[in-house]
Design a protein around this ligand. Structure first.
Ligand SMILES: *C/C=C(C)/C=C/C=C(C)/C=C/C1=C(C)CCCC1(C)C
Length: 264
């Protein structure tokens, strides 16, 4: 049985979920409509960005509904008591199962590797991502901290592998980029590390002595902020890189695209 939340605790999570729905929906429209302002070969990457935030928008809708159904306001005390309908963490993990491999598709496409090599890289990273998410889930839904710690540790192995490989590959890709793009790719690499690193930290909260309900709130806010940055924020970086490359590779095409976008 879950403990009651204070009205502040309930409402802050409620507001963050709501904010996230708005951010994902706005990003969806932006990525779709800005496809015209990049060269044709970069359009698939923007389409994948819009898929990622579209899928996340849908899942946050469900997460938001689940959170609302899990608690009800006790007018006598002003706190939010569990209704008995459990909050469903599976929506979030189902979302990651779809969106993390798609984010990897975007990342690998930025590397612009020869086809067979990028196929192999994408396959091994995706397998690692699925293992990371599938092994994190039993820990997430467990009410026992030892179980949470064990699955968390297992899930960290593929996580470290993914970051290690991406860091190396993005580093090598830096040398293949024109000067103006290099700094963008470098920033993107930091964004990945900074945002993906938030997930295991949020997961750890219940294990590092943060009390029950504060940990519950902290985990949800941590994941939500990380999702906005890792999906919408990351998509904006991809757009920026694609836009810059379009201009560098063919200044005329860049201008024509800008004009088209302005007229659209
Ligand atoms: C859009 C969603 C993204 C980028 C999700 C990323 C999720 C992770 C990097 C999760 C990692 C975890 C660990 C490394 C250990 C504990 C369990 C997880 C699944 C939270």
């Amino acid at each position: 049985m879950q403990a009651s939340l204070s009205s502040g605790q309930f409402e802050i999570v409620y507001t963050f979920f709501s904010l996230c729905i708005a951010a994902m929906a706005a990003a969806f429209v932006f990525f779709l409509s800005s496809r015209q302002s990049v060269a044709a070969k970069y359009r698939p990457a923007l389409l994948v960005s819009s898929l990622v935030v579209g899928i996340a928008c849908y899942h946050y809708f469900r997460i938001f509904g689940s959170w609302s159904a899990a608690y009800s306001l006790d007018l006598a005390t002003g706190s939010y008591n569990p209704t008995g309908i459990p909050f469903n963490d599976a929506y979030r993990y189902a979302d990651w199962l779809l969106t993390v491999p798609l984010l990897l598709v975007e990342l690998v496409s930025v590397l612009a590797l020869p086809k067979p090599q990028s196929g192999r890289l994408l396959t091994s990273l995706s397998i690692a991502a699925v293992i990371m998410i599938a092994t994190g889930f039993p820990g997430e839904v467990s009410h026992d901290n030892t179980t949470r710690a064990i699955w968390g540790a297992v899930s960290t192995v593929p996580f470290v592998y993914i970051l290690f490989v991406l860091w190396g590959e993005l580093g090598k890709a830096l040398d293949r980029q024109p000067e103006v793009v290099r700094v963008l790719v470098r920033n993107m690499r930091l964004l990945i590390l900074g945002t993906w690193g938030v997930y295991p930290i949020a997961y750890l909260l219940p294990l590092i002595g943060v009390n029950g309900t504060s940990a519950r709130v902290g985990v949800q806010i941590g994941y939500t902020l990380a999702d906005i940055a890792a999906k919408a924020g990351f998509g904006v970086m991809i757009y920026w890189i694609a836009r810059t490359k379009t201009e560098v590779e063919s200044p005329a095409a860049g201008e024509a695209a800008t004009t088209r976008a302005a007229l659209a």
